[in-house]
Write a protein of this length. Structure first.
Length: 601
């Protein structure tokens, strides 16, 4: 494992330092033996500074390797937990989730009519299996999101804290020693550990002194999410006053910090990030020196929190993290009354937030939220659609609204849509399909290793259009906006829809030219039609054409922010997709899995 290998590499540095210390001692003894008189005592003392420096290096290597081993053990325990969850899922899947097929009354299941398709009893049995699978996935996902993931995060914070404290902190050294992460003879290089206790092989004392609590272990019982709060303990975040001085200095400009340094600080000090946001974001007027840098770092920090949420399995826990990462966007939207504009602090924060969420994050949000929303079992389909739409809108509307606010000259101060954050511009302007550099033809997607269109080398042909899903993600995000954007931005939405429609038509024409005739291969043409459907174009045109009520006229009418009928799958269409269809993530072996093991360093 890469993390444990890194720990061993750091530990080997200590071995080399120890060898160097022995070489220094040997050379020094020879030098001492060759002097006498007044030079003897100074020569004896000459090696002491070198030995002290080497001891510090050795201590740093030992503590660093131990802290990294702690993180490696946390990852290994997390992976074992993920393996157990996946095994439970696969075992239940092999048993059809313990849903038994009823015995046919006459030796066969009667059909409801002469048409094709399975008998109703078989369809009911499949529906029961699907519901049992969804319930198990939710239960196992709860164990992952509220047990394994928070425990792993606690270990990560603990390892980071121990690395920050280092060998100079007696509490950190004792914590690592009592956790069994330091060698038994560590007291030889860490005087703080003396007395070291009984020698190796001696019987344990009858009444050992109480030890400090061991470090948090992965796999603690499921509970509420930690919310990113660092574990309690002595100086868990570098000291309360030390952290506050650092952030306060950044806010006031008395202790300048770079944006990167502040961002890194906030990722390790969530309480300080909340304090700085509460102090700066509500402010009106011009920003003081250093405040723009801090607000940009805060926007980056909350965008980073959103990206971490998107890395989770779609679940209520993931939605809670998204809501936490967007709570300030919602507050800004609620504050803006008709005729008011964003403050300079809000513009800086929102621009940084959107920039660092990135085009990939914005495009992925609708799919993630739709897969994560949960509707109580047994809810009538019509009511379930309304509940699902309300939950989706609650998550996406704050993000869509701030994009609209920024694009409006009066509210956001931006006249040209080209001045919007890069993440939004990329989704609006990126082409769909890919152009062959040799022929100049536009295809759904090209083989990155060369060789032409991907569909020509796959069986069945893969007609997935590159970039179309990302564009559709932006359209599905913006359709939840509750405020109108600027005129030029709205026009750019319509123009982008027309461009995408033209590019899809070009892709379709080129592919059909090389396929067999529709009469000969109707299935291929059907697959192509599904892959190149212009649903995203229709959505974006609907966003551009929406009319919003006049805030000054309570009787003015506007369209609903979303269509409840578009929120879920078609119950009559087994191929339709909806939130439940995304409930089983597929692992590398093709089996749906509850989670993936961590293999990176």
């Amino acid at each position: 494992m890469a993390v444990r290998t890194a720990a061993e590499q750091v530990g080997r540095v200590g071995i080399r330092v120890d060898q160097l210390d022995e070489e220094v001692s040997g050379g020094h003894q020879g030098a001492v033996s060759n002097v006498a008189g007044l030079l003897h005592d100074p020569m004896v003392a000459a090696a002491e500074p070198v030995h002290r420096s080497l001891l510090l290096w050795l201590q740093a290597a030992v503590v660093g390797g131990a802290a990294i081993r702690l993180w490696a053990e946390g990852i290994e325990e997390y992976n074992r937990g993920i393996d157990r969850l996946n095994e439970r899922y696969l075992e239940a899947k092999a048993r059809d989730f313990d849903v038994l097929l009823p015995e046919p009354e006459f030796g066969y299941f009667p059909r409801s009519g002469p048409g094709p398709g399975p008998p109703p009893a078989i369809l009911d049995h499949r529906a029961e299996i699907a519901e049992a699978e969804r319930q198990l996935i939710r239960a196992l996902g709860h164990e992952r999101d509220y047990g394994l993931s928070p425990a792993l995060e606690r270990v990560a914070r603990q390892a980071a804290r121990l690395l920050r404290q280092g060998p100079d902190d007696p509490a950190a050294v004792r914590e690592l020693y009592e956790a069994g992460l330091l060698p038994p003879d560590a007291s030889l290089i860490f005087p703080v550990l003396e007395p070291a206790g009984p020698p190796p092989g001696a019987p344990p004392p009858a009444s050992p002194p109480p030890a400090s609590p061991p470090p948090a272990e992965v796999g603690s019982p499921p509970g509420p999410p930690t919310g990113g709060v660092a574990p309690a303990g002595p100086d868990a975040d570098g000291g309360e006053m030390g952290g506050r001085r650092l952030v306060t200095g950044a806010i006031s400009g008395t202790q300048p910090m770079t944006e990167d340094a502040q961002f890194e600080y906030f990722t390790n000090h969530p309480a300080e990030a909340a304090q700085a946001t509460a102090a700066l974001l509500p402010g009106a007027g011009a920003l003081a020196d250093g405040q723009e840098t801090t607000l940009t770092a805060l926007g980056r920090y909350h965008a980073w929190e959103l990206q971490r949420a998107l890395e989770m399995y779609p679940s209520p826990a993931g939605l809670e993290r998204i809501e936490a990462a967007t709570e300030h966007l919602a507050e800004i939207g609620e504050r803006l009354s008709p005729g008011e504009a964003l403050t300079e602090a809000e513009r800086v924060y929102l621009a940084a937030w959107l920039e660092h969420v990135g085009s990939h994050g914005l495009a992925a949000l609708p799919d993630y939220v739709q897969a994560a929303v949960a509707v109580p079992a047994g809810t009538p389909p019509a009511d379930a659609a309304v509940i699902r739409t309300a939950q989706i809108t609650q998550q996406l509307a704050p993000i869509a609204d701030v994009i609209m606010h920024l694009s409006h000259p009066d509210r956001g101060g931006l006249v040209d849509p080209a001045d919007l954050p890069t993440s939004v511009r990329e989704l609006l302007t990126a082409p769909v399909g890919q152009i062959d550099p040799v022929t100049g033809q536009r295809w759904p997607a090209l083989d990155p290793a060369g060789g032409g269109p991907i569909f020509a080398a796959t069986d069945p042909p893969d007609f997935t259009v590159a970039g179309l899903a990302r564009y559709d993600g932006l359209a599905r995000l913006l359709e939840h906006a509750s405020v109108e954007g600027g005129t030029l931005f709205t026009r750019s939405l319509a123009e982008s829809a027309q461009r995408v429609q033209d590019e899809l038509a070009e892709v379709t024409e080129n592919v059909r030219a090389v396929l067999p005739a529709a009469e000969v291969a109707p299935a291929l043409h059907h697959r192509l039609g599904v892959a190149t459907a212009d649903d995203a174009v229709v959505r974006m045109l609907a966003v551009a054409a929406r009319e919003f009520p006049d805030p000054a006229d309570p009787d003015s009418a506007g369209s609903d922010s979303a269509d409840p009928d578009s929120a879920g799958p078609d119950p009559a269409d087994p191929d339709s997709t909806g939130p439940d269809s995304a409930g089983s993530p597929t692992g590398g072996n093709g089996e749906p899995m509850i989670g993936r093991r961590i293999t990176w360093s």
